[in-house]
Write a new protein. Structure first.
Ligand code: DQA
Length: 159
């Protein structure tokens, strides 16, 4: 199973930016923990961060036919990007959206979410631990996908 973690603008500034909101952990530390968890659970994992909307769209498109799941924090583009939303819908890969902060408890403009409706699920407000929850969730989703495929194959064979 391969998953790709896609991080949007300013997440490369974690550990520096607004620590009262996002905490002290750096993105590299979060990714190191995710890599360890992936290794323990037989998952192949790749990380990508960009501050550019088009690069995020390109990366999502590259996932088509190549990966089983996407963990995405589109950061500020969450609230504005129809292009990222359309890319997720286009590739139709199970996608878990993560937000470190609880976007529902913050400014009004953060309540607008273009991404959530095309994601399998959203995890918000758990701090960096949300990424760990997303990986656990991804294992669950992959188990369900596999069970459904096996059931379909068994039904086909019984015909
Ligand atoms: C964020 C929330 C967004 O509103 C914000 O623009 C970010 C980070 C989060 O992880 O809490 O950059 O996605």
């Amino acid at each position: 199973m391969k998953i790709v973690v896609i991080q949007g603008p300013n997440l490369n500034m974690l550990g520096i930016r607004e620590q009262q909101v996002y905490g002290p952990m750096k993105l590299e530390q979060i990714h190191a923990q995710m890599k360890e968890f992936a290794g323990q659970n037989g998952m192949e994992i790749e990380f990508f961060q960009s501050n550019l909307e088009g690069e995020l769209v390109d990366k999502i498109q590259e996932c088509y036919g190549e990966v089983n799941g996407i963990i995405l924090n589109a950061a500020a583009y969450t609230h504005t990007s129809i292009a990222i939303r359309d890319a997720i819908a286009a590739v139709a890969i199970p996608t878990i959206e993560v937000h470190i902060s609880n976007i529902h408890r913050r400014e009004e403009f953060r309540k607008e979410n273009m991404i959530a409706p095309v994601c399998t699920s959203s995890i918000v407000g758990f701090g960096p631990f949300g990424y760990h929850l997303a990986m656990t969730g991804m294992l669950q989703i992959m188990g369900e996908v596999k069970a459904a495929q096996e059931a379909q194959a068994a039904a086909q064979a019984a015909k």
